[in-house]
Design a protein around this ligand. Structure first.
Ligand code: COA
Length: 162
């Protein structure tokens, strides 16, 4: 399988929304916004993200298919990364490969990530790419309607040589 990262296009949005609004994925990610399932809010969110020069985003393409997105935001020294794949692409190593590739696009270090402590797959993706758990916090997880444990992970390794 060939994996590539490319810039987002307008025509990606309908499929990305389907992937984003999948209740199984939402439960897994846990820390979502109250308007997560609303298409208009999704469109507004992407308009905002694409206009923000401090936000980096890439579409993850597996062979010829749009598998999901990966992105990062924040001030230097505090930047965070996150990713989201459509369910039919899970369990094939795509998130691990996408994050490994993205670490050459997002070159800021340290780089952080946050995961619900029971999101085993996402934690594993991060750890396989060199992130280490640095803190455990509790926060309100909209998708669970409850306060749950969240892990903060950090990558300190320098970005790969260009
Ligand atoms: C989390 C997510 C990105 C993982 O993507 P993926 O492509 O399936 O991950 P990979 O195939 O690269 O697998 C990474 C590791 O997790 C493991 N894994 C995958 N799914 C798992 C599951 N449901 N339970 C436990 N481990 C799992 C894999 O076995 C692999 O570990 P290994 O190499 O030791 O075998 C994907 O499930 C997703 O998009 N979920 C919804 C959104 C989300 O949670 N985003 C992250 C928010 S922090």
């Amino acid at each position: 399988m060939e994996l590539t990262l490319r810039e987002l296009r307008d025509e990606d949005l309908p499929l990305l929304f389907e992937q984003w609004a999948d209740p199984v994925a939402v439960h897994m990610a846990a820390f979502t916004s109250p308007d997560h399932m609303e298409r208009d809010a999704f469109e507004r969110r992407w308009t905002r993200l694409r206009a923000d020069e401090t936000v980096l985003n890439r579409v993850v393409v597996a062979d010829a298919d749009v598998a999901g997105t990966i992105g990062s935001w924040g001030e230097p020294g505090e930047r965070e990364v996150t990713y989201w794949l459509g369910r039919s692409f899970w369990g094939k190593g795509i998130a691990t490969d996408a994050l490994a590739a993205y670490l050459s696009v997002e070159r800021s270090r340290p780089l952080r990530a946050r995961v619900a402590s029971d999101n085993v797959a996402s934690r594993r993706v991060l750890e396989k790419c060199g992130f280490r758990v640095i803190a455990t916090e509790r926060g309100f997880a909209e998708a669970r309607s409850a306060e749950i444990e969240e892990l903060v992970l950090r990558l300190d390794d320098p970005a790969p040589a260009e």
